[in-house]
Write a protein that binds this ligand. Sequence first.
Ligand code: BTN
Length: 243
Amino acid sequence: MEFSWSIETFKTLPSTQDLVKERAQNEGAASGLVIHADQQSAGRGRHGRSWIGQDGNLFFSFLLRPSFGVSAVGQLSLLVGVAIAQGMIALCGHQLREDLKLKWPNDILLAGRKCAGILLETQLSEDAQSFDWVAIGIGVNIISAAQEEWSCLSEYAPDLAPTILRDEILARFSVLYDLWQAQGFDAIKALWLDLSFEEGSDVTVRLGERKICATFAGVNDDGGLLLHENGAIRTITAGDVYM
Ligand code: BTN
């Protein structure tokens, strides 16, 4: 599928994600709508957390009206992570490739410190078999990180413009989406695993109040996290993962 991106840019918005969702829900916006803001005043992260929106970093969201079934959304989430990673590697070079790791489900780490995040939100169709829309929000720390333990791209690419990185990510996303549709998830999974941690790495997963300590065993065919725990394989579909 060829995406034809329709990009709208704003100086400041509360949240690019909220505007994409509003356009999808209330105005019937088409697949390919991209909302970009230089700054966000009420950016949102996963699990209801806030995402601080300082000028110079990248904040955008885009809309899909996909035909795939609901079970494919975990695969799509990993695909988006690969697109961001490929975009960064293309623009920031070899050192970044060495430092970059994808952490399930969709954080991008540089030398173990978070540099980018993805917020994927959906609206189910009436029959609940597919989606009316999927909104994908991407935040990348380019010049600064909101938290001390996070990282940003400035040491790898001092003059990187947010719009250049956005366009590279969108271009990579289109190619990967085509690959996914043509060859299935195996091709995407292989790319994701190549950019992630080695199997056998220690993982801690927080599930509500509970903590699981295990080792990384890859991802399954739905994009779920596989862990080795006490000699058995366990699948995780949601939770905070620390590696
Ligand atoms: C995460 O928690 O890791 C996901 C962060 C996603 C932030 C992006 S910034 C652009 C878009 N608009 C938002 O309000 N959130 C997403």
